[in-house]
Ligand binder design. Structure first.
Ligand SMILES: Nc1ncnc2c1ncn2[C@@H]1O[C@H](COP(=O)(O)OP(=O)(O)OP(=O)(O)O)[C@@H](O)[C@H]1O
Ligand SMILES: [Mg+2]
Length: 209
């Protein structure tokens, strides 16, 4: 079944046209890589899917239903989103994690504490980082924490906006390897990193001016 369909989507900010007539389809279970120049509208595309921005004309269908306020909440609850700019506020990392996990949509996740050590090891994050205030974290540490959180949410639709931009090459490979093993997942990735082309069965959707 088509998870997402864009049909003739038009989006502009003031007089700047971002999408003129954008159409594509993503099936459940597919792995898709969006690539295009900076400022092309890739992040805006995710914002449209998540209902943080609205189309000017055209249609977005989710599971064959038009994206509307009635379905946005359910959609957001099934997607794990790694934003391009990761902002967990000013607090201590582990307290912020506890707070995210106490949200109503996450209270069913009773085993996340047990699952975390293995992910910290895999993504090469020292556990002492959990005791630091988020603003002290480096860009790469923030990115890895956001990926770990997305995984802990135990959802199988991922929207990853430049998830490897701040990582060194071996760590990029590890992230890509992790997602290549997630055969259950529908994956939408925005990335300038060509390493993502190595993900088996990945489909490229170029966003060109
Ligand atoms: N809320 C907004 N109001 C006005 N303009 C916006 C808004 N959001 C994005 N834009 C503009 O829309 C264009 C597309 O932005 P977007 O962040 O989607 O690009 P991008 O392809 O993700 O770029 P990058 O590769 O640099 O992350 C940019 O010119 C940006 O300034
Ligand atoms: Mg962007």
């Amino acid at each position: 079944m088509a998870f997402i369909q864009f049909k003739n989507v038009h989006k502009q900010f003031d007089r700047k046209v971002i999408f003129e007539d954008l159409s594509f389809e993503i099936q459940t279970g597919e792995r898709v890589l969006f690539q295009g120049p900076s400022g092309m509208g890739k992040t805006t595309l995710f914002q449209l899917i998540l209902g943080f921005e609205k189309v000017d004309s055209g249609t977005i269908l989710i599971d064959n239903q038009p994206l509307s306020p009635a379905i946005i909440k359910g959609l957001r609850q099934k997607i794990a989103y790694v934003p391009q700019i990761i902002d967990w506020g000013q607090g201590v990392v582990k307290e912020t994690l506890e707070e995210f996990m106490s949200f109503q949509s996450n209270v069913r996740l009773t085993h996340w504490r047990e699952k975390m050590p293995e992910l910290l090891v895999y993504f090469d994050v020292e556990s002492s980082l959990l005791d630091k205030k988020f603003p002290m974290l480096s860009g790469g540490e923030r990115q890895r924490m956001a990926i770990i959180l997305a995984i802990l949410l135990d959802r199988n639709f991922f929207l990853l906006d430049e998830p490897t931009a701040a990582l060194d090459s071996p760590m990029k490979q590890k992230v890509i390897h992790y997602f290549s093993e997630r055969k259950d997942a529908t994956l939408l990735v925005i990335s300038h990193d060509n390493e993502w082309h190595r993900l088996p069965a990945i489909k490229l959707i170029p966003l060109a001016p």
